[in-house]
Ligand binder design. Structure first.
Ligand code: SF4
Length: 489
């Protein structure tokens, strides 16, 4: 990878602009309309699917999945070796890439040595990490995204805004304009018409491509089988029509056996979209055999580290590698639901992005992300592998405040004094009650309808710069509690 590509990759990382990007996102009515619909309906689908399978059964599956992930990561070297051996026995080639640079170089070598001119791609978050499309364009290769959402954002020259719904931020009208401008298909009104137009354009590319590149939802170590879960047929085209298939995967996608896979195949579609099973579940074990009618002549599996070993070696954050990229934590997160995916500034948005991006791109470049959370715990509640995201966000906040993230400032004396005063206040009911009374008096000229829109004095003025401050209620919680108790007596 050249210097130009590296510079562009770093320029593409905008995690340090979270605050500014959030303010822009909140003031974008179109984005707000999209965010008020799609995540809510995905979340509703998840709830209905859990209800159908029963919450008890769901809990059991979550526990099993967690245990499988824990076991696999504890023995990752063993399963990596097993997968390597099995894929090789199946006629495929395994490549290990330490980082995005190495992964891009591996693919560039394959492309050059095999004279590839056109690549069709299935959905792959790892390829987004690598900036693969740009890297291939730099060496004169045409890359076409074939997942509909990815195709739309490729036409718009944007990045995905959701893990499973990359174009979630786009309206029907946006896509209609895009298709008219970029692929010469004007006046499309209905989603079906747009899907048909995309299909017709993509079908041609899918049939001409020399190489198909996909991600992988799971890699089953015992057989060396790649598992791809999708709702569109593009994945099967990319893996079976071109003469070369390259699969990109993070090392955390390994699971030991098909028995384990059965657990994840029940969890993933339900958590992601509320489906019992996705429309296509493809199992790929190597290239075409002599008796096969179709399939690629070559199969390559590129297993990418790109910071994952750092996560693996970090006892506090290791659990983030359990993630199966279902997107459920995004759909429930009150922050994601207001600011959308682009505000997070890199490939992985939402609560899980706020944990893994700081490690993968550097805490220094993503210092606001661990604070992009109300710590309500909803992400942990919905996660099909019960990842304790709030705990990891607190860990990252602690590291930032303790200065373990190199150039970050230490906690000031003033902040320590504030924390100590708060601690003392919360331990003294009489003082707390007095402070409440004073606060209620002071807020009288500012409070309207239970909210304070603007406080003129710091530090509260900073809070009301971007949002309202809830006014102190007329009665404290303690008063309400005592009144309720006396009613019962
Ligand atoms: S952290 Fe959990 S809920 Fe969020 S994407 Fe990963 S698996 Fe899904």
């Amino acid at each position: 990878m050249g210097v130009r590509e590296r510079e562009r990759q770093l320029a593409d990382v905008k995690t340090h602009e979270f605050k500014e990007a959030s303010v822009r996102a909140i003031s974008d009515p179109q984005l707000q309309a999209a965010l008020s619909r799609a995540p809510v309906s995905l979340n509703q689908g998840r709830l209905e699917a859990i209800h159908e399978i029963t919450p008890q059964r769901w809990e059991g599956l979550r526990e099993q999945a967690r245990e499988i992930k824990r076991h696999t990561l504890d023995n990752l070297d063993y399963y990596l070796e097993m997968a390597h051996e099995k894929v090789s026995q199946n006629g495929g080639q395994v490549h290990f890439a330490r980082d995005d640079k190495e992964a891009n170089a591996i693919i560039a070598d394959l492309v050059r040595s095999r004279g590839v001119r056109l690549v069709t791609k299935g959905k792959s978050m790892v390829s987004e990490e690598m900036g693969l499309n740009h890297a291939l364009a730099d060496i004169g290769v045409e890359v076409v995204e074939t997942d509909l959402g990815e195709y739309i954002i490729q036409l718009a020259d944007e990045t995905p805004s959701h893990i499973i719904a990359p174009a979630l931020h786009k309206t029907k009208q946006d896509v209609s304009h895009l298709f008219a401008e970029k692929i010469g298909r004007p006046n499309l009104v209905e989603i079906d018409e747009m899907a048909r137009a995309a299909r017709e354009t993509l079908r041609e590319k899918l049939l001409q491509a020399d190489m198909g590149i996909t991600g992988a939802n799971f890699v089953v170590a015992e057989t060396g089988t790649l598992v791809i879960v999708t709702n569109e047929g593009n994945g099967r085209f990319c893996t079976s029509v071109p003469r070369i298939h390259v699969a990109l995967t993070g090392m955390e996608k390994l699971i030991p056996s098909f028995e384990d896979l059965a657990i994840f195949l029940r969890l993933l579609p339900r958590a992601a979209t509320g489906q019992r099973i996705s429309s296509y579940v493809s199992f790929i074990s190597g290239p075409r055999r002599s008796q096969d009618e179709d399939g690629p002549e070559e199969f390559h599996l590129v297993i990418v580290d790109n910071g994952r070993l750092r996560l693996l070696q970090d006892p506090e954050l290791r659990e983030s590698l359990y993630c199966i990229r279902c997107g459920a934590c995004l759909n429930i997160c009150p922050i994601y639901r207001k600011v959308g995916g682009h505000a997070y500034g890199w490939v992985y948005p939402g609560p899980i992005g706020a944990v893994i991006s700081p490690v993968l791109v550097g805490l220094e470049r993503a210092k606001d992300l661990p604070y992009a959370s109300s710590l309500c715990g909803a992400c942990r509640e919905v996660c099909p592998v019960k990842i304790n995201i709030p705990h990891m966000l607190l860990t990252l906040r602690t590291r930032l405040m303790e200065g373990t993230a190199t150039q970050y400032r230490k906690v000031t004396l003033w902040e320590k004094l504030l924390a100590w005063s708060y601690y003392r206040l919360m331990r003294s009911p009489a003082t707390l009650s007095l402070v409440h009374k004073i606060g209620r008096l002071m807020q009288m000229p500012l409070a309207r309808g239970g909210r304070i829109r603007k406080v003129p004095i710091p530090p509260f003025s900073r809070w009301t710069r971007d949002r309202d401050l809830p006014a102190l209620p007329a009665r404290s919680f303690r008063q309400i509690w005592e009144e309720e108790l006396s009613k019962e007596e």
